[in-house]
Design a protein around this ligand. Structure first.
Ligand SMILES: Nc1ncnc2c1ncn2[C@@H]1O[C@H](COP(=O)(O)OP(=O)(O)OP(=O)(O)O)[C@@H](O)[C@H]1O
Length: 218
């Protein structure tokens, strides 16, 4: 499902590689923690999966597609099947929960009725259907993260990527969010979570991919 073959990534303005000779395979339906110290290359690894970045050398294959060869016109379809969740939620403050969740569906031209049904169903999934018309600032941190997860689920992604999703949450809320990822994984979605959070890694006993200075130490 996700395959890295001898992947190297250097940012244009840097001589050093952020990732070096990464070969790894993440099968469909797996739950993986991606860990390692700050600057190890975790975010870079995730960005390569949803083709926000291209490898400098080597090959990244996602859904049987070499990400090097996805045309600009095919990119929206490719990304539709990948949900992404960030540490700082990235919710639009001046939009309601419903509008935040369905923003992409609107851009893609889906009708209002469809968007409402979809938003309701993903909100139910994260237990926040009663927040449909609220604005992000009236929600707690944990609720905002659940809304961000609902938004990532709106296109029924095959893969869910999360970059430090519990970085801004306390211990109890972190567990709640991880359990939600586990439920999402149980319905067949591949889940890749970049995290420093050793407590969560120890508690949830999943496969761990460890990066150090851009190298893979699994
Ligand atoms: N846009 C960029 N331009 C130049 N260098 C970058 C860029 N993004 C990341 N880097 C560099 O690439 C390396 C890996 O960064 P990356 O953000 O992938 O690490 P990380 O493991 O996610 O770190 P953190 O846990 O602090 O978020 C670092 O040396 C970083 O400085």
């Amino acid at each position: 499902m996700i395959k890295f073959y001898h992947v190297y990534k250097a940012y244009d303005n840097r001589k050093q590689f952020a990732l070096k000779d990464i070969t790894v395979s993440i099968p469909k339906g797996e739950f993986v923690f991606l860990t390692g110290p700050s600057g190890a290359g975790k975010t870079t690894f995730l960005r390569l999966i949803f083709r926000e970045l291209k490898p400098t050398e080597g090959k990244v294959v996602v859904h049987n597609k070499d990400t090097m060869h996805i045309s600009k016109s095919d990119l929206p379809d490719f990304r539709k099947k990948i949900g992404v969740v960030f540490q700082d939620f990235k919710l639009l403050e001046n939009r309601t929960v419903f509008e935040n969740i369905t923003f992409v569906l609107k851009v893609l031209g889906y009708p209002a009725r469809f968007r409402e049904d979809k938003a309701y169903s993903v909100l139910k999934w994260v237990g926040l259907q009663h927040k449909f018309n609220e604005y992000p600032k009236s929600l707690s941190g944990g609720e905002q993260q659940r809304i961000a997860i609902a938004r990532a689920l709106v296109n029924d992604p095959l893969i869910l990527l999360a970059d430090e999703p519990t970085g801004n949450l306390d211990y109890e809320l972190s567990i709640e969010i991880m359990k939600l990822f586990e439920r999402i994984n149980n319905r067949g979605t591949t889940v890749v979570i970049a995290t420093h959070d050793k407590n969560m890694i120890d508690m949830f006993k999943k496969r761990v991919i460890r990066l150090e200075h851009g190298h893979l130490k699994e």
